[in-house]
Ligand binder design. Sequence first.
Ligand code: SAH
Length: 340
Amino acid sequence: MVDIKSMDLEELTAWLKAQGEPAFRARQIFRWLYRGAVSFGEMTDLSKALRQRLEETALLTPPKVARKQVSQQDGTIKYLWELADGNCVESVLMRYQHGNTVCISCQVGCRMGCAFCASTIAGKVRDLSPAEMVDQVLFTQIDSGAPISNIVLMGIGEPLDNFDTVLRFLALVNCPDGLDIGMRHISLSTCGLVEQIDKLARHRLQSTLSVSLHAPDDETRSKLMPVNRGVGVDRLMEACRRYFEETGRRISYEYAMIDGVNDADWQADLLAKRLRGTPAHVNLIPLNQVEESPLKPSRRVAAFQKRLEDRGITVTVRRKLGGDIDASCGQLRRKAMKET
Ligand code: SAH
C-alpha cells in the first residue's frame, strides 16, 4: 500500500501517470486530501474505477481525536491524536493576535533525554510520517474551525532527528494546492543537533529556526541536555552563526527558566556575551513543571530578562497559554499512558 498523503504533488502526478491517469487527476486528489477527505469514496469527481483502484492500492491514515481539552481561560485546545497503529501524539492550538498557531509533534516520544521534558521520559517509539504531521495541522483546523496561519514544530519529538520527513512536511504545508502556509509562518525548534543544523542551512529555508539553548555554559547544559555532551555550546553557537550567514534568518533561542539551575546573573551575562554580534532573539519560557521531575520554575524571570536587555539582547517572555489544561507538550500523552 502506498502512503499517498506523504507524496508531494509531483510524485502523486508521476504515480498516477504510471497508471495511465492524466495529470489533472493528481491535483484533484491532492485537493481532496487537503480538504480532509478520509476515504477515496468521498472523491466524487473521480471515476468509480479509479476510486476503487485507489482503495486497493493507497492508504489514508487520518488520526482520531483520543482526547481533547479546551482551556476556559484563553480558548487553547489540546488534542491527543490516536494514530492508525494505536500510538498517540499531541498538538496544541493557540489563538494569538497574529493568527491561529498549531504546535505539532514529529515523533512518537523522543530520544534526546532532556531532563525537564515530559516527551522524552519513555524514549522514542517511532518517527511520524509526513502525512501524520500534515494531518495534525489539517484536522486541528477542521475540528476546531479555526483557520491555521502559523505552525510551530515544538510538540513531541526532535524535528532534526526526523530530518527528511520534516523537510517534506514543510514542502507539503507550503504547497499552494495544500495548506498554503508561508515558510515565514513556520518555526522549527531543535535541541541543537549541530550537523543537522548545517544540513538544514544548506536548504536555505525562510522558516524560523528556534534553538533550545537553556544554558550558556557546558556544565549546566550537559546536565540538562545529553545532546550537549561531547559537543558543547561553542560548537552549537558556531553552527548557529553559519545558519544565519547561509539563510539570513535570525535565530530564536529558547530558554526555560529553572530555579537555581540556569537563572543566575552570571549565566545571563555569559548568554549575552555569547549572543553579542549576531542577530538573535531570546525567548524565556517559564518552566512547566513535569510531575516526574524535581526541577522547579525559576523565580527570577524578570531579573534575568532585565539583565539580558541591559546588555543589548532582545528578549521576550513566553506568555503561558492553556495553563488550566497542562498544555505543555508530552504531558497529556504521559497522562494517557499512565492511565491505561
Ligand atoms: N525537540 C525540540 C522541539 C520540542 S520541545 C527542541 O528541543 O527544541 C519544544 C520546546 O519546549 C523546547 O524549547 C523545549 O526545550 C521546551 N520544553 C520542554 N519541556 C519543557 C518544560 N517542562 N517547560 C518549559 N519548556 C519545556
